[in-house]
Design a protein around this ligand. Structure first.
Ligand SMILES: C[S@@+](CC[C@H](N)C(=O)[O-])C[C@H]1O[C@@H](n2cnc3c(N)ncnc32)[C@H](O)[C@@H]1O
Length: 216
């Protein structure tokens, strides 16, 4: 009996020690497969973005911010057909996070869903067809990464709504801030300053992305 126990115990140990590397290898292969699928998707669609989508260089800025800071709870306002969401979700596939993204326009929302599927990133994205003014107050959060790329007049309002739900160390980013004379952008910067957030503007394209982080 004791011998049988010893054999089965040794066998389980052998099984566990063999199966751990197998699981790790499987996970690495899955990651590589996802990476090559996303890369192939982005390369194939590089010149196909027509719905006010961000540039590839801006996408890389968002990707790096998420990966380097290990963000996992992301929110985007203004999905359009999903270019920025794909970059953010790809980064979240590395941090094991999730993105909620909101779009009000039905055709763009439906196209975004197809794009997420084709890129292999649907599992990292919770896409909502809604007016962000109505939906954002209902979202519980907290968030550690927010990207706003919708109606500029409302950037300041989105900041006011979301700041209490932004985790310490998290950052609030906004697209198209280079034209500070544009309606809404000046007010947005005043609001950032009033909130005591230090803001850096990343100019990887002509649009400019503001990055404002809450102190840890
Ligand atoms: C500049 S585009 C977003 C581009 C997208 N981030 C990308 O890079 O693929 C702005 C989008 O915000 C959407 N939008 C504007 N107001 C909105 C609102 N109140 N709620 C949700 N979406 C809104 C517009 O329909 C439009 O598709």
């Amino acid at each position: 009996m004791r011998r049988a126990f010893r054999i089965s115990w040794t066998t389980s140990l052998l099984f566990v020690s063999l199966s751990v590397p197998v699981c790790l290898a499987q996970e690495l292969t899955q990651r590589e497969t996802l990476d090559s699928r996303v890369r192939r998707y982005l390369d194939g669609h590089r010149y196909a973005w027509r719905d006010m989508n961000i540039s590839e260089s801006d996408g890389k800025v968002l990707y790096d911010l998420v990966v380097e800071n290990g963000y996992t709870k992301a929110l985007e306002i203004g999905t359009s057909t999903g270019h920025s969401a794909i970059w953010i979700a790809w980064a979240l596939s590395k941090t094991d996070g999730k993105l909620i993204t909101i779009e009000i326009h039905e055709r763009r929302y439906k196209q975004a869903l197809e794009n997420f599927q084709e890129a292999g990133l649907s599992g990292y994205i919770d896409a909502r067809l809604a007016d962000a003014h109505e939906l954002v107050p209902e979202l519980q959060g907290p968030f550690d990464f927010v990207f706003v790329d919708a109606d500029k007049d409302w950037y300041a309002r989105y900041l006011r709504m979301l700041l209490p739900r932004l985790e310490a160390g998290g950052c609030f980013t906004a697209h198209n801030v280079s034209g500070w004379r544009m309606r809404g952008i000046a007010e947005f910067f005043e609001e950032l300053e009033a909130a005591g957030l230090e803001t850096e503007i990343v100019r990887s394209s002509r649009s400019g992305i503001s990055v404002s982080c809450k102190r840890p």
